[in-house]
Design a protein around this ligand. Structure first.
Ligand SMILES: *[C@@H]1O[C@H](CO)[C@@H](O)[C@H](O)[C@H]1NC(C)=O
Ligand SMILES: *[C@@H]1O[C@H](CO)[C@@H](O)[C@H](O)[C@H]1NC(C)=O
Ligand SMILES: *[C@@H]1O[C@H](CO)[C@@H](O)[C@H](O)[C@H]1NC(C)=O
Ligand SMILES: *[C@@H]1O[C@H](CO)[C@@H](O)[C@H](O)[C@H]1NC(C)=O
Length: 375
Protein backbone atom coordinates (compact mmCIF):
# COMPACT_ATOMS: atom_id res chain seq x y z
CA UNK A 1 0.00 0.00 0.00
CA UNK A 2 2.86 2.42 0.73
CA UNK A 3 4.49 1.42 -2.56
CA UNK A 4 1.83 3.10 -4.69
CA UNK A 5 2.10 6.39 -2.71
CA UNK A 6 5.92 6.54 -2.84
CA UNK A 7 6.00 8.32 -6.22
CA UNK A 8 3.67 11.29 -5.42
CA UNK A 9 5.34 11.89 -1.99
CA UNK A 10 8.75 12.28 -3.60
CA UNK A 11 7.29 14.56 -6.23
CA UNK A 12 5.67 16.76 -3.56
CA UNK A 13 8.91 16.89 -1.54
CA UNK A 14 10.87 17.80 -4.67
CA UNK A 15 8.40 20.51 -5.63
CA UNK A 16 8.58 21.92 -2.10
CA UNK A 17 12.36 22.03 -2.29
CA UNK A 18 12.23 23.87 -5.61
CA UNK A 19 9.76 26.41 -4.21
CA UNK A 20 11.88 26.91 -1.09
CA UNK A 21 14.98 27.39 -3.26
CA UNK A 22 13.21 29.99 -5.39
CA UNK A 23 12.04 31.89 -2.28
CA UNK A 24 15.54 31.90 -0.80
CA UNK A 25 17.00 32.96 -4.14
CA UNK A 26 14.47 35.80 -4.31
CA UNK A 27 15.08 37.05 -0.80
CA UNK A 28 18.86 36.66 -0.94
CA UNK A 29 19.64 37.46 -4.56
CA UNK A 30 22.77 35.80 -5.90
CA UNK A 31 25.39 38.30 -6.97
CA UNK A 32 26.53 36.97 -10.32
CA UNK A 33 24.87 38.92 -13.07
CA UNK A 34 23.45 35.92 -14.97
CA UNK A 35 21.80 34.41 -11.92
CA UNK A 36 20.76 37.89 -10.94
CA UNK A 37 18.68 38.45 -14.06
CA UNK A 38 16.97 35.05 -13.65
CA UNK A 39 16.06 35.18 -9.98
CA UNK A 40 16.22 38.64 -8.56
CA UNK A 41 13.77 41.47 -8.55
CA UNK A 42 16.44 43.95 -7.46
CA UNK A 43 18.57 45.97 -9.88
CA UNK A 44 21.30 43.75 -11.26
CA UNK A 45 23.79 46.51 -11.80
CA UNK A 46 23.36 47.46 -8.15
CA UNK A 47 24.21 44.03 -6.76
CA UNK A 48 26.97 43.74 -9.35
CA UNK A 49 28.67 46.99 -8.29
CA UNK A 50 28.62 45.85 -4.67
CA UNK A 51 31.18 43.18 -5.53
CA UNK A 52 34.67 44.08 -4.42
CA UNK A 53 36.45 45.78 -7.31
CA UNK A 54 40.02 45.16 -6.20
CA UNK A 55 41.79 41.80 -6.82
CA UNK A 56 39.22 38.99 -6.73
CA UNK A 57 40.32 35.57 -5.47
CA UNK A 58 43.93 36.06 -4.35
CA UNK A 59 46.26 33.26 -5.38
CA UNK A 60 48.34 33.81 -2.25
CA UNK A 61 47.77 35.18 1.22
CA UNK A 62 47.79 38.97 1.11
CA UNK A 63 50.13 40.95 3.35
CA UNK A 64 48.58 43.21 6.00
CA UNK A 65 49.39 46.28 3.93
CA UNK A 66 47.78 44.79 0.83
CA UNK A 67 44.59 44.00 2.71
CA UNK A 68 44.48 47.50 4.16
CA UNK A 69 45.11 48.98 0.73
CA UNK A 70 42.42 46.79 -0.85
CA UNK A 71 39.84 47.86 1.75
CA UNK A 72 40.55 51.56 1.30
CA UNK A 73 40.63 51.43 -2.51
CA UNK A 74 37.44 49.33 -2.89
CA UNK A 75 35.63 51.63 -0.50
CA UNK A 76 36.61 54.75 -2.46
CA UNK A 77 35.70 53.10 -5.79
CA UNK A 78 32.30 52.07 -4.45
CA UNK A 79 31.43 55.47 -3.02
CA UNK A 80 29.97 57.79 -5.65
CA UNK A 81 31.69 61.20 -5.48
CA UNK A 82 29.79 64.04 -3.82
CA UNK A 83 28.08 66.02 -6.58
CA UNK A 84 29.30 69.57 -6.98
CA UNK A 85 26.96 72.38 -8.04
CA UNK A 86 29.85 73.99 -9.80
CA UNK A 87 32.11 71.27 -11.23
CA UNK A 88 35.50 72.57 -12.26
CA UNK A 89 38.49 71.19 -14.11
CA UNK A 90 41.83 71.57 -12.37
CA UNK A 91 44.70 72.34 -14.76
CA UNK A 92 47.94 71.21 -13.14
CA UNK A 93 51.04 72.70 -14.75
CA UNK A 94 54.34 70.94 -14.11
CA UNK A 95 57.07 73.35 -15.25
CA UNK A 96 60.66 74.35 -14.46
CA UNK A 97 59.75 78.06 -14.48
CA UNK A 98 57.91 80.61 -16.59
CA UNK A 99 55.25 79.11 -18.86
CA UNK A 100 55.91 80.04 -22.51
CA UNK A 101 52.28 79.49 -23.56
CA UNK A 102 50.51 81.44 -20.82
CA UNK A 103 49.03 83.84 -23.36
CA UNK A 104 47.61 80.95 -25.39
CA UNK A 105 46.11 79.34 -22.29
CA UNK A 106 44.65 82.70 -21.30
CA UNK A 107 42.87 82.79 -24.67
CA UNK A 108 41.63 79.26 -23.99
CA UNK A 109 40.34 80.12 -20.47
CA UNK A 110 38.83 83.49 -21.32
CA UNK A 111 35.07 83.67 -20.80
CA UNK A 112 34.95 80.44 -18.77
CA UNK A 113 35.71 81.87 -15.34
CA UNK A 114 34.42 79.70 -12.50
CA UNK A 115 34.65 76.44 -14.46
CA UNK A 116 38.36 75.79 -14.02
CA UNK A 117 41.22 76.28 -11.61
CA UNK A 118 44.93 76.58 -12.30
CA UNK A 119 47.84 75.24 -10.22
CA UNK A 120 51.50 75.73 -11.10
CA UNK A 121 54.36 73.62 -9.75
CA UNK A 122 57.59 75.38 -10.73
CA UNK A 123 60.53 73.12 -9.93
CA UNK A 124 63.46 75.42 -10.79
CA UNK A 125 62.63 79.09 -10.60
CA UNK A 126 59.71 81.32 -9.68
CA UNK A 127 57.65 81.88 -12.83
CA UNK A 128 56.88 85.35 -14.15
CA UNK A 129 53.15 85.38 -14.87
CA UNK A 130 51.58 87.62 -17.45
CA UNK A 131 48.00 86.37 -17.26
CA UNK A 132 45.47 86.96 -14.47
CA UNK A 133 44.54 83.25 -14.63
CA UNK A 134 48.06 82.28 -13.55
CA UNK A 135 48.95 85.03 -11.07
CA UNK A 136 49.01 83.75 -7.48
CA UNK A 137 48.51 80.14 -8.61
CA UNK A 138 52.03 78.85 -7.81
CA UNK A 139 52.00 76.06 -5.24
CA UNK A 140 54.72 75.05 -2.80
CA UNK A 141 57.20 73.27 -5.07
CA UNK A 142 60.37 71.23 -4.89
CA UNK A 143 63.00 70.38 -7.46
CA UNK A 144 62.22 67.70 -10.03
CA UNK A 145 64.82 65.45 -11.65
CA UNK A 146 63.80 64.00 -15.01
CA UNK A 147 62.93 60.30 -14.72
CA UNK A 148 63.17 60.22 -10.93
CA UNK A 149 60.49 59.77 -8.28
CA UNK A 150 60.61 63.53 -7.62
CA UNK A 151 58.51 63.83 -10.79
CA UNK A 152 55.77 61.64 -9.28
CA UNK A 153 56.09 63.58 -6.01
CA UNK A 154 55.44 66.84 -7.87
CA UNK A 155 52.35 65.29 -9.50
CA UNK A 156 51.09 64.22 -6.07
CA UNK A 157 51.76 67.73 -4.68
CA UNK A 158 49.68 69.24 -7.49
CA UNK A 159 46.86 66.74 -6.97
CA UNK A 160 46.79 67.38 -3.22
CA UNK A 161 46.53 71.17 -3.68
CA UNK A 162 43.80 70.80 -6.28
CA UNK A 163 41.83 68.28 -4.18
CA UNK A 164 41.51 70.92 -1.43
CA UNK A 165 38.85 72.55 -3.63
CA UNK A 166 35.81 70.22 -3.55
CA UNK A 167 34.53 71.67 -6.84
CA UNK A 168 37.48 70.26 -8.78
CA UNK A 169 36.23 67.08 -10.45
CA UNK A 170 38.85 66.38 -13.11
CA UNK A 171 42.59 66.80 -12.73
CA UNK A 172 44.62 67.36 -15.89
CA UNK A 173 48.41 67.23 -15.79
CA UNK A 174 50.19 69.48 -18.32
CA UNK A 175 53.74 70.61 -18.99
CA UNK A 176 55.15 73.97 -20.01
CA UNK A 177 55.38 72.72 -23.61
CA UNK A 178 51.70 71.68 -23.84
CA UNK A 179 49.10 73.58 -25.85
CA UNK A 180 45.30 73.29 -25.96
CA UNK A 181 43.99 71.55 -29.12
CA UNK A 182 40.27 72.17 -28.63
CA UNK A 183 38.21 75.03 -27.21
CA UNK A 184 37.30 75.17 -23.54
CA UNK A 185 33.72 73.86 -23.90
CA UNK A 186 34.92 70.87 -25.88
CA UNK A 187 37.56 70.03 -23.24
CA UNK A 188 35.15 70.61 -20.37
CA UNK A 189 32.45 68.34 -21.80
CA UNK A 190 34.90 65.68 -22.97
CA UNK A 191 36.36 65.34 -19.48
CA UNK A 192 33.38 65.92 -17.21
CA UNK A 193 30.98 63.70 -19.18
CA UNK A 194 33.42 60.78 -19.45
CA UNK A 195 33.11 58.05 -16.85
CA UNK A 196 36.78 57.07 -16.97
CA UNK A 197 40.17 58.59 -16.21
CA UNK A 198 42.46 59.11 -19.16
CA UNK A 199 45.58 57.28 -18.08
CA UNK A 200 47.91 56.00 -20.76
CA UNK A 201 48.55 52.30 -20.24
CA UNK A 202 49.91 49.54 -22.47
CA UNK A 203 51.97 46.36 -22.38
CA UNK A 204 55.52 46.68 -23.68
CA UNK A 205 57.41 43.41 -23.41
CA UNK A 206 60.65 45.01 -24.61
CA UNK A 207 63.64 46.55 -22.80
CA UNK A 208 61.89 49.89 -22.25
CA UNK A 209 58.79 48.16 -20.84
CA UNK A 210 58.88 44.93 -18.80
CA UNK A 211 62.68 45.04 -19.16
CA UNK A 212 62.61 47.79 -16.52
CA UNK A 213 60.74 45.65 -13.99
CA UNK A 214 62.58 44.59 -10.84
CA UNK A 215 61.83 41.39 -8.89
CA UNK A 216 62.06 43.51 -5.72
CA UNK A 217 58.51 44.65 -6.46
CA UNK A 218 57.28 41.16 -5.61
CA UNK A 219 54.94 39.99 -4.29
CA UNK A 220 52.67 43.06 -4.58
CA UNK A 221 53.57 43.94 -8.17
CA UNK A 222 54.20 40.98 -10.47
CA UNK A 223 55.93 41.25 -13.82
CA UNK A 224 52.71 40.43 -15.66
CA UNK A 225 51.09 43.51 -14.08
CA UNK A 226 53.85 45.92 -15.13
CA UNK A 227 52.59 48.57 -17.58
CA UNK A 228 53.91 51.59 -19.40
CA UNK A 229 52.34 54.90 -20.37
CA UNK A 230 52.97 58.58 -20.79
CA UNK A 231 52.59 60.51 -17.53
CA UNK A 232 50.18 63.18 -18.91
CA UNK A 233 46.94 62.07 -17.26
CA UNK A 234 43.46 63.35 -16.64
CA UNK A 235 42.10 61.84 -13.42
CA UNK A 236 38.58 61.65 -12.05
CA UNK A 237 38.30 62.92 -8.48
CA UNK A 238 37.90 59.37 -7.15
CA UNK A 239 41.13 58.29 -8.82
CA UNK A 240 42.96 61.40 -7.61
CA UNK A 241 41.95 60.52 -4.04
CA UNK A 242 43.09 56.92 -4.48
CA UNK A 243 46.45 58.26 -5.67
CA UNK A 244 46.70 60.25 -2.43
CA UNK A 245 45.70 57.20 -0.36
CA UNK A 246 48.27 54.87 -1.88
CA UNK A 247 51.56 54.38 -0.14
CA UNK A 248 52.07 50.64 -0.63
CA UNK A 249 52.46 50.63 -4.43
CA UNK A 250 54.01 54.10 -4.49
CA UNK A 251 56.83 52.85 -2.26
CA UNK A 252 57.47 49.87 -4.51
CA UNK A 253 58.15 52.28 -7.36
CA UNK A 254 59.98 54.79 -5.21
CA UNK A 255 62.54 52.19 -4.12
CA UNK A 256 62.65 49.77 -7.04
CA UNK A 257 61.90 51.79 -10.18
CA UNK A 258 64.62 54.39 -10.64
CA UNK A 259 67.33 55.36 -13.09
CA UNK A 260 70.54 53.37 -12.98
CA UNK A 261 69.38 50.61 -10.66
CA UNK A 262 70.98 47.16 -10.95
CA UNK A 263 72.21 48.02 -14.41
CA UNK A 264 68.90 49.22 -15.79
CA UNK A 265 66.94 52.43 -15.96
CA UNK A 266 63.37 52.57 -14.71
CA UNK A 267 61.34 55.77 -14.73
CA UNK A 268 58.54 55.85 -12.17
CA UNK A 269 56.57 58.56 -13.94
CA UNK A 270 56.12 56.20 -16.92
CA UNK A 271 55.17 53.10 -14.91
CA UNK A 272 53.69 53.80 -11.49
CA UNK A 273 50.22 55.12 -12.35
CA UNK A 274 49.68 52.89 -15.44
CA UNK A 275 50.63 49.77 -13.44
CA UNK A 276 48.73 50.80 -10.32
CA UNK A 277 45.44 51.66 -12.04
CA UNK A 278 45.65 48.66 -14.33
CA UNK A 279 45.82 46.53 -11.18
CA UNK A 280 43.11 48.20 -9.13
CA UNK A 281 40.55 49.54 -11.66
CA UNK A 282 41.35 48.40 -15.22
CA UNK A 283 37.89 49.20 -16.56
CA UNK A 284 37.95 52.66 -15.00
CA UNK A 285 40.78 53.93 -17.21
CA UNK A 286 40.78 54.66 -20.94
CA UNK A 287 44.32 53.28 -21.41
CA UNK A 288 45.22 56.39 -23.42
CA UNK A 289 46.22 59.95 -22.72
CA UNK A 290 44.33 63.00 -23.97
CA UNK A 291 47.66 64.72 -24.66
CA UNK A 292 49.14 64.16 -28.11
CA UNK A 293 52.86 63.54 -28.39
CA UNK A 294 54.86 62.42 -31.41
CA UNK A 295 57.07 59.41 -30.64
CA UNK A 296 57.31 58.33 -34.27
CA UNK A 297 61.01 59.24 -34.45
CA UNK A 298 61.61 56.65 -31.69
CA UNK A 299 64.23 58.76 -29.93
CA UNK A 300 64.77 59.33 -26.21
CA UNK A 301 62.60 62.43 -26.33
CA UNK A 302 59.51 63.02 -28.45
CA UNK A 303 59.54 65.32 -31.44
CA UNK A 304 59.35 69.06 -30.66
CA UNK A 305 57.46 71.24 -33.11
CA UNK A 306 59.04 74.38 -34.55
CA UNK A 307 57.45 77.53 -35.96
CA UNK A 308 57.74 76.24 -39.55
CA UNK A 309 55.67 73.15 -38.60
CA UNK A 310 52.74 75.25 -37.44
CA UNK A 311 50.03 75.62 -40.08
CA UNK A 312 46.27 75.51 -39.78
CA UNK A 313 46.25 72.21 -41.68
CA UNK A 314 48.78 70.66 -39.27
CA UNK A 315 46.82 71.77 -36.20
CA UNK A 316 43.51 70.59 -37.68
CA UNK A 317 45.15 67.25 -38.40
CA UNK A 318 46.07 66.89 -34.75
CA UNK A 319 42.54 67.74 -33.61
CA UNK A 320 41.01 65.08 -35.86
CA UNK A 321 43.22 62.08 -34.97
CA UNK A 322 40.86 59.35 -33.75
CA UNK A 323 43.18 56.37 -33.43
CA UNK A 324 45.72 55.90 -30.69
CA UNK A 325 49.21 54.61 -31.53
CA UNK A 326 51.57 53.04 -28.99
CA UNK A 327 55.17 52.34 -29.97
CA UNK A 328 56.66 49.45 -28.03
CA UNK A 329 60.31 48.51 -27.64
CA UNK A 330 59.84 44.78 -28.34
CA UNK A 331 60.83 44.29 -32.00
CA UNK A 332 59.33 47.71 -32.61
CA UNK A 333 55.70 46.66 -32.47
CA UNK A 334 53.06 49.33 -32.97
CA UNK A 335 49.74 48.98 -31.14
CA UNK A 336 46.79 50.90 -32.52
CA UNK A 337 43.12 51.18 -31.71
CA UNK A 338 40.17 53.57 -32.02
CA UNK A 339 39.70 56.32 -29.42
CA UNK A 340 36.43 55.58 -27.68
CA UNK A 341 34.59 58.14 -25.60
CA UNK A 342 31.49 56.89 -23.73
CA UNK A 343 31.21 54.10 -26.29
CA UNK A 344 31.51 56.37 -29.39
CA UNK A 345 34.58 56.90 -31.60
CA UNK A 346 35.82 60.45 -31.01
CA UNK A 347 38.98 62.51 -31.53
CA UNK A 348 41.66 61.32 -29.11
CA UNK A 349 43.35 64.53 -28.10
CA UNK A 350 42.52 67.68 -26.16
CA UNK A 351 46.11 68.88 -25.69
CA UNK A 352 49.42 68.42 -27.50
CA UNK A 353 53.16 68.63 -26.84
CA UNK A 354 55.98 69.42 -27.34
CA UNK A 355 56.10 72.88 -28.86
CA UNK A 356 59.04 75.29 -28.91
CA UNK A 357 58.29 78.64 -27.23
CA UNK A 358 58.84 80.37 -30.61
CA UNK A 359 55.64 78.77 -31.94
CA UNK A 360 53.50 80.94 -29.64
CA UNK A 361 52.76 83.69 -32.14
CA UNK A 362 51.58 81.29 -34.85
CA UNK A 363 49.50 79.27 -32.38
CA UNK A 364 47.79 82.45 -31.13
CA UNK A 365 47.06 83.44 -34.72
CA UNK A 366 45.44 80.09 -35.59
CA UNK A 367 43.80 79.35 -32.21
CA UNK A 368 40.24 80.44 -32.97
CA UNK A 369 40.29 78.57 -36.29
CA UNK A 370 41.72 75.22 -35.23
CA UNK A 371 39.53 74.94 -32.13
CA UNK A 372 36.14 75.18 -33.82
CA UNK A 373 34.90 71.61 -33.26
CA UNK A 374 32.11 70.81 -30.86
CA UNK A 375 31.64 67.47 -29.15
C1 LIG B 1 41.98 49.07 -20.46
O1 LIG B 1 42.73 47.88 -20.54
C2 LIG B 1 42.30 46.86 -19.64
C3 LIG B 1 43.18 45.64 -19.79
O2 LIG B 1 44.50 45.96 -19.92
C4 LIG B 1 40.87 46.47 -19.95
O3 LIG B 1 40.42 45.54 -19.00
C5 LIG B 1 39.98 47.72 -19.90
O4 LIG B 1 38.68 47.39 -20.29
C6 LIG B 1 40.52 48.78 -20.82
N1 LIG B 1 39.72 50.00 -20.64
C7 LIG B 1 38.85 50.43 -21.56
C8 LIG B 1 38.05 51.64 -21.21
O5 LIG B 1 38.72 49.88 -22.63
C1 LIG C 1 47.27 66.38 -42.76
O1 LIG C 1 46.66 65.11 -42.99
C2 LIG C 1 46.59 64.76 -44.37
C3 LIG C 1 45.76 63.49 -44.48
O2 LIG C 1 46.25 62.51 -43.62
C4 LIG C 1 47.98 64.62 -44.93
O3 LIG C 1 47.93 64.26 -46.30
C5 LIG C 1 48.73 65.94 -44.78
O4 LIG C 1 50.07 65.82 -45.20
C6 LIG C 1 48.69 66.40 -43.32
N1 LIG C 1 49.24 67.75 -43.25
C7 LIG C 1 50.11 68.15 -42.34
C8 LIG C 1 50.59 69.55 -42.45
O5 LIG C 1 50.49 67.44 -41.44
C1 LIG D 1 31.51 53.83 -19.17
O1 LIG D 1 30.55 53.94 -20.19
C2 LIG D 1 30.68 52.96 -21.22
C3 LIG D 1 29.71 53.28 -22.32
O2 LIG D 1 28.51 53.81 -21.86
C4 LIG D 1 30.45 51.59 -20.61
O3 LIG D 1 30.60 50.59 -21.59
C5 LIG D 1 31.46 51.36 -19.49
O4 LIG D 1 31.21 50.14 -18.83
C6 LIG D 1 31.42 52.48 -18.46
N1 LIG D 1 32.55 52.31 -17.55
C7 LIG D 1 32.47 52.48 -16.22
C8 LIG D 1 33.72 52.29 -15.45
O5 LIG D 1 31.42 52.79 -15.67
C1 LIG E 1 39.98 81.73 -39.94
O1 LIG E 1 38.75 81.43 -40.59
C2 LIG E 1 38.10 82.56 -41.14
C3 LIG E 1 36.74 82.13 -41.65
O2 LIG E 1 36.84 80.88 -42.31
C4 LIG E 1 38.98 83.14 -42.24
O3 LIG E 1 38.37 84.29 -42.78
C5 LIG E 1 40.33 83.54 -41.63
O4 LIG E 1 41.20 83.99 -42.65
C6 LIG E 1 40.95 82.34 -40.94
N1 LIG E 1 42.14 82.77 -40.21
C7 LIG E 1 43.29 82.14 -40.31
C8 LIG E 1 44.37 82.67 -39.44
O5 LIG E 1 43.50 81.19 -41.04
Amino acid sequence: MSGSRKGPVWIIVLVNFVILFLIVAYVYPPTTSAACSIFSSTECTFTFRKQPLAPKVPARELTDDETISQVVISEILRTPPVESNNPKIAFLFLTPGTLPFEALWAKFFQGHEGRFSVYVHASKEKPVHTSQYFKGRDIHSKSVVWGKISMVDAERRLLAQALLDPDNQQFVLLSESCIPLQNFDYVYNYLTLANVSFIDCFVDLGPHGSGRYSEHMMPEVEKKDFRKGSQWFSLKRQHAIITMADSLYYKKFRYYCKPNMEGRNCYSDEHYLPTFFNMIDPDGIANRSVTYVDWSERKWHPKSFKPEDITLEFLRNLTSIDNVVHFTSDSKRVLTGPCMWNGIKRPCYLFARKFYPETLEKLMYHFSNYTTQSL
